[in-house]
Design a protein around this ligand. Structure first.
Ligand code: GLU
Length: 412
């Protein structure tokens, strides 16, 4: 699917929420327009002295409820439309979880696996320098996303701080702990996916203990979700990465040890399966935690799971979504299911502002409390308005942003 359709999908979800909330045409205009979009050229001197140009993006979709917030993605397919779509999703995600933020997203159209560590550092620093005028702890706070991690955040924080003349840890979240990162941030998105899975099972009267789960994606989200789910007593029966999936492993811990040693997930005694076979396993919960558009018109038909928990951003196309709904499958949408990452990012920003750092238990308890509140609100709205959980999540998120617009008024 093209990236253009990621924006189409996001806009059609917004259109539906605007209709369901009976908002005005003026409100639709305000809500459907990104506030600030920036495209920059990012030159990189490769280790062999060749200079290459990459496209970099930063979209501040909304700043109505606070500074904009969202990740930085390094992926060859990223473009402006997709960045706008993802920044829009961040806006509803932050509003749904009631964080005092707008929404943003950024990235560079590059495959990070083609970069050496020093090339990655130069590219990250130059990108930071190009977007420097519009970011800052009170303006827009980047974080990791697909293809970036705490290393990139450390370089971004350093580049910003060197230019400011003093340390500014609050300019990015997802930093290493020693630079003002938060305990629990690395596993936060996966932890939130596990909380979502547990709560969705309970909502469907299925005992989470012993419930079976298949996870597409074994990266930052999928891996930590698998660990948290096993700790909660669920059974992760299959996982996959871009090369395909495996089933029949004894535990995630054993599979991870094999991965660290061998660089692949084909541990002895496991059975291989394709990504499509993984999607179609007869499990209680399916967690798409890879990239966008994996549950489509074509793949949705064969899904047997009772619940789909969206670990990735926008993993389901509208056609795929309609099929899941017709089949009676409960879908926990991305803006709820994967909100754990930005929630703990918020905790990190608060800790940086206060120069006072929390223990792991405080992070865990506060994450659980915020997600549980959002969950209950989504469940209640879904029941009262007779809409899907995705529609309910968008109604709450979009409704809060619209209310903030109304109360602030239009200047001048
Ligand atoms: N990239 C993550 C997301 O899509 C986290 C964003 C953040 O922490 O700001 O939610």
């Amino acid at each position: 699917m093209t990236t253009e359709s990621a924006l189409d999908t996001a806009l059609s979800q917004l259109r539906r929420a605007v209709e369901q909330l009976q908002l005005s045409e003026n409100e639709w205009q305000t809500l459907s327009t990104p506030r600030r979009v920036l495209e920059v050229a990012v030159p990189l001197r490769r280790d062999n002295d060749h200079v290459e140009m990459y496209k970099g993006f930063r979209v501040q979709y909304s700043t109505t409820r606070g500074p904009s917030k969202g990740g930085v993605r390094f992926h060859p397919d990223i473009d402006m439309d997709e960045t706008i779509a993802l920044a829009m999703l961040m806006t509803w995600k932050c509003a749904l979880t009631n964080l005092p933020y707008g929404g943003a997203k950024g990235g560079i159209a590059v495959d990070p696996s083609t970069l050496s560590l020093t090339e990655n550092e130069r590219l990250t620093r130059r990108y930071t320098s190009e977007i420097l005028p519009i970011i800052g702890p009170e303006r827009d706070i980047p974080a990791p996303d697909v293809g970036t991690d705490e290393k990139n955040m450390a370089w971004m924080m350093d580049t910003y701080s060197v230019n400011a003349g003093f340390s500014v840890p609050g300019v990015v979240t997802g930093k290493p702990i020693v630079l003002g990162g938060s305990l629990g941030r690395t596993s936060a998105t996966g932890d939130g996916v596990a909380i979502s899975t547990r709560e969705a099972l309970i909502a469907r009267d299925i005992n989470p203990i012993g419930a079976t789960v298949a996870i597409q994606g074994f990266g930052k989200v999928g891996y930590w979700a698998a660990v948290a789910l096993e700790n909660m007593g669920l059974r992760v029966v299959a996982v996959s990465d871009v090369r395909g999936g495996v089933t029949g492993f004894s535990s995630i811990h054993d599979l991870w040890s094999h991965f660290l040693a061998e660089g692949n997930i084909n541990a002895p005694g496991t059975d291989r399966l394709t990504n499509e076979e993984l999607l179609h396993l007869d499990v209680d919960v399916l967690i798409p935690a890879a990239l966008a558009d994996s549950i489509t018109e074509k793949t949705a038909v064969g899904i047997k799971a009772k619940i789909v928990v969206e670990g990735a951003n926008a993993p389901t196309t509208p056609e795929g979504d309609a099929i899941l709904n017709d089949k009676g499958i409960l879908v926990v949408p991305d803006i709820l299911a994967n909100s754990g990452g930005v929630i703990v990012s918020y905790f990190e920003w608060v800790q940086d502002k206060q120069n006072y750092f929390w223990n792991a238990g405080e992070v865990r308890e506060n994450l659980n409390a915020i997600m549980m509140k959002a969950f209950k609100e989504v469940e209640t709205t879904s029941n009262e308005s007779r809409v899907t959980w995705r529609e309910a999540s968008h109604m709450i998120g979009v409704g809060r942003v619209a209310e903030a617009h109304r109360l602030r008024g239009l200047y001048p």
